[in-house]
Design a protein around this ligand. Structure first.
Ligand code: THU
Length: 138
């Protein structure tokens, strides 16, 4: 599974975004080291704070099915019906970065942010430097 294929899966998951409040539709596709892909979308809530981001949906689906090792995640996001020229690279929010850190090696785990056919690649370490990490508590 290469990054283009993972981005395609993120776009497929984006279709299921439940985002009646923000209208911002996010899709994610998480590649486990087992080779299996877990997709996720954002799921909003009238009370706002229970909203779950696409990335966390994907992680929680995977972990709840026994996966604990992950290679990469692809993320796409844009306002509903926005024309391609208005799309942006969607990078994970701070809470999702912290959730990722719980399960991955931040120097190896890759985050692919897609915008149409363009991809920006980051490691988690780049997006969450000087992090509060599981090793500090365990
Ligand atoms: N959102 C995500 O799903 N992932 C991100 O990386 C950023 C934000 C969602 C949360 C909310 O439903 C909407 O996008 C607007 O913030």
């Amino acid at each position: 599974m290469n990054e283009e294929e993972l981005i395609k899966k993120a776009y497929e998951a984006q279709q299921f975004s439940y985002s009646p409040y923000s209208g911002f539709q996010v899709g994610a596709a998480l590649l486990a080291k087992s080779g299996k892909v877990y997709t996720g979308c954002n799921i909003e809530n009238a009370a706002f704070s229970p909203t779950n981001c696409a990335e966390r949906t994907a992680f929680f689906k995977a972990v709840s099915e026994g996966e604990k090792e992950f290679a990469a995640i692809a993320i796409v996001g844009n306002k509903k019906d926005a024309p391609p020229e208005e799309w942006e690279f969607c990078t994970p929010c701070g809470v999702c970065r912290q959730v990722m850190l719980e399960f991955v090696n931040p120097e190896e785990f890759c985050i692919y942010s897609g915008k149409g056919n363009d991809v920006k690649t980051f490691t988690l370490k780049e997006l969450l430097p000087e992090s509060f990490s599981p090793g500090m508590v365990k």
